[in-house]
Design a protein around this ligand. Structure first.
Ligand code: 5AD
Ligand code: FES
Length: 346
């Protein structure tokens, strides 16, 4: 096991069979060894700095029907909302004052946000916050649409591939979505010049170690600037309601592997990780993550953007998130910084 991890540390890649072997056989010792190398790698590139991204969940309408997702079209028990441009800008203002220098506009695939409206919002954010990065997380669009948002001032784009295995992709999504188109979108985004983030859920229904090995190989090949992974968590109003949540230990192990594969990548400790374990985000950082993505959405809508059950930071306590997060990061000897935290080539 250690030999394989040393090889990953040295070559930043492994054969598929070797990935599978690690995923199937890792234990506590192996994990600790991996995490120590992952932390060394993170600190080489980022010292002990943790970047924060302010997440603005601006619409929970979605035209898609992914089987895992709580805001899927088929869920009639969600109270749907859209934020206005003014509400979005006020989230930015609030975030800016709290030290955020990256804003992430995330939403379902909502046709009401036409290109014209999106471009107007992006331009207003670009003008109001010239020193901030604007990240979009709004799903699959055409090359020209991505290009237009880029020209309006967006810099980064998050689009998880969800799974790199064709068969598995079909088990997670209805026929209207295809892995081929997903990959095409990711290639287009890179070509246009976005810093691109992809990723997948750990422990999604029907996932096998082979699927995960394919995810890692796909990520290595795409070579994205950001990778977000988090455990699958069932949502009670979806077809996957009775499936178990993904494993935290496996999620942490994969974060460690990703850090060795992509030493300078931006890797968040996700909210889903913080949801399955109260210390999940801290453990993520100690496994190789260097980004946190707290919520800047108005408190009144946070419960409505539930992709999975029991999402943290959606209740009364949410007003304290900023302080809470800084304390959490400080408790493990790292510190939150007020920087854009762009990807830096090595
Ligand atoms: N559990 C965990 N993550 C989920 N996502 C969507 N639904 C769930 C769920 N039930 C993730 C997907 C998506 C991202 C925004 O949230 O990977 O890309
Ligand atoms: Fe939201 Fe801790 S980060 S309460």
């Amino acid at each position: 096991m250690r030999e394989l991890i040393d090889k990953l540390y040295k070559n930043h890649n492994l054969e598929k069979e070797e990935f599978i072997y690690l995923i199937e056989n890792f234990d506590k010792d192996t994990s600790e060894y991996l995490f120590s190398l992952a932390q060394t790698t993170s600190q080489e590139h980022f010292q002990k700095e943790v970047y924060i991204r302010g997440l603005i969940e601006f619409t929970n309408y979605c035209k898609n029907d992914c089987y895992y997702c709580g805001i899927r079209r088929g869920n009639k028990n969600v109270s749907r909302y859209r934020l206005s441009k003014e509400e979005i800008l006020s989230c930015c203002q609030n975030g800016y004052e709290l030290g955020f220098r990256t804003f992430v506009l995330q939403g379902g695939e909502d046709p009401a946000f036409t290109d014209e409206i999106m471009i107007d919002i992006i331009k207003a954010m670009r003008e109001g916050y010239p020193d901030c990065a604007i990240t979009l997380s709004i799903g699959e669009k055409s090359y020209d649409q991505y290009q237009a948002y880029y020209e309006a001032g967006a810099n980064r784009f998050l689009l998880r591939h969800e799974t790199a295995n064709e068969e598995h992709y079909k088990k997670l999504h209805p026929e209207s979505l295809s892995l081929e188109n997903r990959k095409e979108c990711l290639r287009n985004l890179k070509e246009i010049g976005y810093q691109v983030g992809t990723g997948f859920m750990v422990g999604s229904p029907y996932q096998t170690p082979e699927c995960l090995a394919e995810d890692l190989a796909f990520i290595k090949e795409l070579s994205p600037q950001m990778v977000g992974i988090g455990p699958f968590i069932p949502h009670k109003e979806t077809p996957f309601k009775d499936f178990p949540a993904g494993s935290m230990d496996l999620t942490l192990f994969l974060i460690g592997m990703l850090r060795l594969m992509l030493p300078n990548a931006l890797i968040p400790a996700t909210t889903a990780l913080g949801t399955i374990d109260p210390k999940g985000r801290e453990k993520g950082i100690l496994s190789g993550s260097n980004v946190l993505m707290p919520n800047l959405s108005p408190i009144g809508v946070r419960k409505k953007y539930e992709l999975y059950d029991n999402k943290i930071c959606t209740g009364e306590e949410a007003a304290e998130c900023n302080v809470c997060l800084r304390n959490r990061v400080a408790s493990i000897g790292y510190n939150v910084v007020e920087k854009r935290g762009d990807f830096v080539e090595i």
